[in-house]
Write a protein that binds this ligand. Sequence first.
Ligand code: OSB
Ligand code: MG
Length: 378
Amino acid sequence: MPDTIAIAGMTLREIRLPLREPFRISSGMVTTRRIILLELRDRDGVTAWSECVAGERPNYSPETIDTAWLAISEWVAPRVLGQEFAGPAEVDPALARDFRGHNMAKAAVEMGAWGLVAERRAVSLTAVLGGTRAKVATGISLGIQPDPDSLARVAADALAQGYRKIKCKIAPGADVEYIAAVREVLGPEAPLMADANSAYTLNDADHLAKLDQYDLLMIEQPLASDDLVRHAELQKKLKTPICLDESITGVDRAADALALGSGKIVNIKPGRVGGFRQAKAIHDLCAEAGVPVWHGGMLESGIGRAYNVALATLANFTLPGDLSPSARYWERDIVTPEWTMAEDGMVQVPYHRPGLGVAVDIDRVDDLTVRKQTLTAE
Ligand code: OSB
Ligand code: MG
């Protein structure tokens, strides 16, 4: 079968999936994920599931699950339904034309097109992407805890479970002492980093420089998403490498960041950049520039995770990703088998299984669904 994409219909659903524990970042807290799932169906009847990573409130990016639902149903779907694309890489340019923003909405459809190719060819998503790893290294992202000792305890537990990178969310008032406590408990060699989710300004440079003494792998997104110039200023004042997350919304922005020296490491989340084509382009650009990348996470269900794990098999994903197993997030995931992590902190890539490599538990999805809409070509 050729890789032609001809999407005849798609079903959007919103599911509500409670997290095992609330997840707090500098800009807000989430206890139950409201997730958009998409089921794409092509004209031959082949289907593929995908996931939209938009959150409930606009505290990470301007998008929310409600804006994404609107964007997908009103603007993204009509551009692809009934159209023919020579391959999945052709979907992103079609969605880019005269269409600003809404990257997460676009990505849900764009990534689904890659998933459809995997289903059509009956090979793994990893094979479609050209990934090279049989396992991917996993880190954990720890939400802000009530006090430094509590954080140190959960961090020590995570390290003991085998996680290869411990990322601690920080915010003004929950930063230097918290990281100090974690470093003390984990020891000098443990791979440790902080993520500020844009909670600081350049005026905090001296304060953030206090983190230099704790030998962090990196500090993620200290400043605002549109602050590339100030990130470059801040990087000059910090020994700790800056990693950009929110700032990198596409390959051009990644090129700008590298040119300006706004950071030394890039977090890639396909949802944030509009899908796999952009994510691959950023990956390739960083590889050429000698800049390491790693795969970020957005508290995805097992469907989104399948896409993330596949992307993280590309060669320049050299640092452990936020690719925790299902049980880190959910009492029960919506896929079988659930995603698991071995004691060495590695997640097995299902490169020998066709499509996403996991089966969607449709009964469970039905139970969790609170709204549903089916769209078809005119
Ligand atoms: O900044 O990386 C982030 C979750 C929601 C919004 C932003 C971020 C995160 C995470 C979660 O860090 C990582 C994961 O999915 O395990
Ligand atoms: Mg982040």
